[in-house]
Design a protein around this ligand. Structure first.
Ligand code: AMP
Length: 185
């Protein structure tokens, strides 16, 4: 059983590393960004509600994510094998919600992996990636949203002795290596 939260700025490589580790451990990789992008692509009612926030680089309203996370963490694969959460929580209100939810579901998070990468490197990487929300203005917005809303989670999880920091400013394989050492796989 492995239950991990991946924390870090946009462009840190969270998604890539979370996916590699989830495949290695055969556990679900739960990326709220992927789920929301899918909703937009399929023009679901959720997709219609979230599209403008995503295009602007803003966080979508918390309430839209709570049912979705509750539902996903209650599914059999997540209950039986665990999960890697990538992109959730993104602010203190989501972290508090998750803390209560896990208690309710009788689950506990093993660790929060914080992928640390300097700002200059992030901007460079995001420009290269070329996703729809990777335009210059949106990149700036997402980094600002990260700094003001998500960075407080570093302390939130440090206070709970869950935080483990990994240097994300290394070649991808090196990051994977330190990650595997850290979680023992
Ligand atoms: P990501 O792929 O994690 O960078 O997410 C892409 C976009 O999806 C973000 O810029 C937000 O608009 C939205 N998003 C993803 N996860 C969350 C979340 N936990 N809370 C609010 N918005 C989110």
């Amino acid at each position: 059983m492995t239950r991990l939260i991946f924390l870090g700025p946009p462009g840190a490589g969270k998604g890539t590393q979370a996916k590699i580790l989830a495949d290695l451990r055969n556990i679900p990789h739960i990326s709220t960004g992927d789920i929301l992008r899918n909703a937009v692509a399929f023009h679901s009612s959720l997709g219609e509600k979230v599209q403008s926030y995503m295009d602007e680089g803003e966080l979508v309203p918390d309430e839209l994510l709570f049912d979705l996370i509750r539902h996903r963490l209650s599914q059999t694969d997540a209950v039986e094998r665990g999960w890697i959460l990538d992109g959730f929580p993104r602010n203190v209100s989501q972290a508090s919600f998750l803390e209560n939810l896990l208690q309710e579901l009788n689950q506990s998070c093993d660790r929060v992996i914080y992928l640390e990468v300097p700002d200059e490197v992030l901007t460079e990487r995001l420009h290269e990636r070329g996703r729809k929300d990777d335009s210059q203005a949106t990149i700036r917005k997402r980094l600002e949203v990260y700094r003001t809303q998500t960075v407080p989670l570093v302390d939130f999880y440090r206070e709970r002795s869950l935080l483990k920091t990994i240097n994300g400013d290394l070649p991808m394989q090196e990051v994977t290596k330190s990650l595997r050492q850290l979680v023992g796989s």
